[in-house]
Design a protein around this ligand. Structure first.
Ligand code: ADP
Ligand code: ZN
Length: 611
């Protein structure tokens, strides 16, 4: 996110005054050119028509440029003149007789040479001016601008510890992320403590989460807690049209960061540089790859040069990142910064409500309830919008009604980038996710332990049930695969059971279930009918007949139906647990595996204990 705030803080930009001088020079140059042209214009003498004729007759005129009645010309001695002639073709005869070179321009859009030049230079000046304004707005805060000379400078904003107001108290909720970042703070505070014993400390952390959930805030809070300088830059700031500039900027940034170590480098939108190599479309990707390589080099350099620089990078697309970025010693630690759950939302609301006059009747918990899928930034925005609405009607306090109006406004602004659930959808989602989760914890064959279940919408998904793959698992039994299919289908099964109707929300579940069933039949020989034969249809090449294809479809259907029935049965037998889990989810929105087991009074399988 672009944040115009904090403009006044300690910026590091040596290009500032130099660029001002450059700007002045350019302006002066431009004015001189203009002046010269006005002089040039003045040298053109306006002469009456009769004089013009006389000059022609005395062979003084070398050439003319004519467009309709306007005639401009050059004399033999080089001086210029202009005149207006009547529409009289006879003139041309006279001109010809006196060997004057005649140039006739078309009448429409007739623009003189110096007009073009004037316009051109004005345009150049405008572009230069615009460039400087943009530069100074985009990067530096001290009024300085311009990067023609300082192109390789990093453009990072630097915040000295004294200017950093954020600390962990500025971040509401996000308990898990904060917990994970405490180590980093400790390391930055006492790097020696770690180095003494030769401990290898993570140098790179990837903050993963949708925009507005506080990744930047968290990174800065770490700097605030550790009382160390904070360098902030966006991945897209590295990329310029000129190859090599990005890499130079990375080098410069890390040079600075090392100079001020211990320090933090924060790279927002790392995917702008970090997309896996060779994936660039069209031009400019050489530049990106060079930049990425430089970043990797710098991070590897930490190991040898030692300076305590922690690099934090933010993204909501960890999946597109170049694998090289995620290797040990680079961004090998991921910190999730998810959409806030109910409790976090209330805390964020309360934090941002400080300093706003809010009526005592406003129930923040209720507002938190009505804003699932809101990011931290959305919630901050909600408070602000409510305050604006209240101010407009000259109220003394912000009331519940203002919050309701503000909520609609913020919702509109979100343009359904992510889903916001209605109360009914929320309930259905709670049962759907509970269906997945319950089957996961009840089926003894299940191999991937439950991790968490959540009804906080994420992107376009209404809810999620995560399970963690069990250790390193290379083979799976038929029962295990059937169990997985049952878990995929558990969501829909719960909907059928509880609401007696179905929604469209299970498409990806079905897809996953079907794919697994198909691979059981076609790849692993796990069907009674078709036996241990691999039926492949790679790139449209089938190694089986139409008849076999029908059999495969049948077998797949059978497996899916079997798993579906299993899911229905299991949920029916444990309806009390399903209701319990769904209601708890509606209340808390996210439950971790341990909480689920405790709530349901189920003992996890031996090997699932520490999931
Ligand atoms: P990101 O970097 O993930 O896009 P930001 O850190 O820029 O998100 O968050 C934008 C703003 O949203 C913050 O400046 C803050 O006002 C608000 N915000 C987000 N998350 C929180 C939170 N957990 N607690 C308090 N405010 C938050
Ligand atoms: Zn589902």
């Amino acid at each position: 996110m672009k944040k115009p705030k904090n403009k006044k803080n300690g910026f590091l930009n040596s290009g500032g005054s130099r660029s001002m001088i450059l700007l002045m020079l350019l302006l002066t140059g431009g004015l001189m050119i203009l002046h010269w042209f006005t002089d040039y214009a003045r040298q053109i003498k306006s002469v009456p028509y009769t004089t013009f004729l006389k000059m022609v007759e005395s062979d003084q005129v070398k050439q003319v440029y004519a467009s309709e009645q306007d005639v401009r010309g050059v004399l033999v001695d080089g001086s210029r003149f202009e005149t207006v002639v009547p529409n009289n073709p006879n003139d041309w005869e006279i001109l010809k007789k006196h060997n004057v070179e005649i140039n006739v321009a078309s009448t429409t859009g007739q623009v003189s040479f110096w007009h073009i030049f004037l316009l051109g230079s004005l345009l150049l000046l405008l572009i230069a001016g615009w460039y400087f304004v943009r530069q100074s707005r985009g990067s530096s805060g001290n009024g300085g601008a311009g990067n023609i000379f300082s192109m390789g400078k990093s453009r990072a904003k630097m915040f000295m510890p004294s200017t950093i107001k954020e600390n962990f108290d500025s971040v509401a909720g996000a308990a898990e992320a904060k917990e994970e970042l405490k180590d980093v703070v400790d390391f930055l505070k006492n790097p020696e403590k770690y180095r003494r014993l030769g401990a290898k400390i993570t140098r790179g952390l990837l903050l993963v989460g949708e925009p507005g959930n506080g990744k930047t805030l968290l990174a800065k809070a770490v700097a605030g807690e550790a009382n160390c300088p904070f360098f902030s830059i966006s991945g897209s700031d590295f990329i310029e049209v000129f190859v090599g500039v990005g890499a130079a900027r990375v080098r410069d940034l890390f040079q600075q960061a090392r100079k001020y170590a211990p320090s933090i480098v924060f790279i927002d939108e790392i995917d702008a540089v970090g997309r896996h190599r060779g994936s660039g479309l069209g031009g400019g990707h050489d530049e990106r790859e060079q930049t990425l390589n430089q970043l990797l080099t710098e991070m590897d350099g930490f190991l040898t040069t030692g300076g305590s620089v922690i690099v934090m990078a933010a993204t909501n697309r960890p999946d597109v990142l170049d694998k090289a970025l995620l290797r040990p010693g680079r961004f090998d630690r991921h910190v999730e910064v998810p959409y806030p759950d109910l409790v976090s939302r209330e805390q964020i609301l309360k934090l941002h409500a400080k300093g706003v006059k809010i009526d005592a009747e406003v129930d923040m918990q209720k507002i938190a309830r009505g804003t699932p899928g809101f990011s931290g930034a959305d919630l901050a925005n909600l408070i602000n919008e409510a305050a604006i609405i209240a101010s407009k009607s000259s109220q003394q306090m912000v009331t519940t009604a203002d919050f309701e109006e503000a909520r609609d406004k913020v919702l509109l602004g979100k343009e359904r980038k992510s889903v916001v659930l209605s109360e009914q959808e929320r309930t259905i989602t709670a049962f759907h996710e509970s269906g997945h989760a319950l089957i996961n914890v009840l089926l003894p064959e299940q191999t991937d332990p439950l991790h968490k279940v959540s009804i906080i919408p994420r992107g376009r998904a209404l809810g999620v049930t995560h399970s963690l793959p069990e250790k390193e698992k290379y083979t799976r039994t038929q029962d295990e695969m059937l169990a997985s299919i049952a878990i995929y289908l558990g969501g829909r099964a719960a909907e059928e059971l509880v609401f007696n109707k179905v929604t469209t929300g299970a498409y990806s579940d079905f897809k996953a279930a079907t794919e697994m069933a198909r691979s059981m039949v076609c790849d692993y020989g796990m069907s009674a009918d078709l036996g241990p034969v691999v039926y492949s249809q790679r790139s449209g090449d089938y190694n089986y007949s139409q008849k076999t294809a029908e059999k495969i479809d049948n077998e797949v259907q059978k497996l899916v139906h079997m798993a579906h029935q299993k899911a229905i049965d299991l949920l029916q037998q444990n309806r009390d647990k399903l209701d319990l889990l769904a209601n708890k989810l509606l209340e808390k929105e996210t439950l971790y595996a341990a909480e689920v087991y405790e709530l349901l009074g189920v003992t996890p399988r031996q090997d699932h204990r520490f999931a």
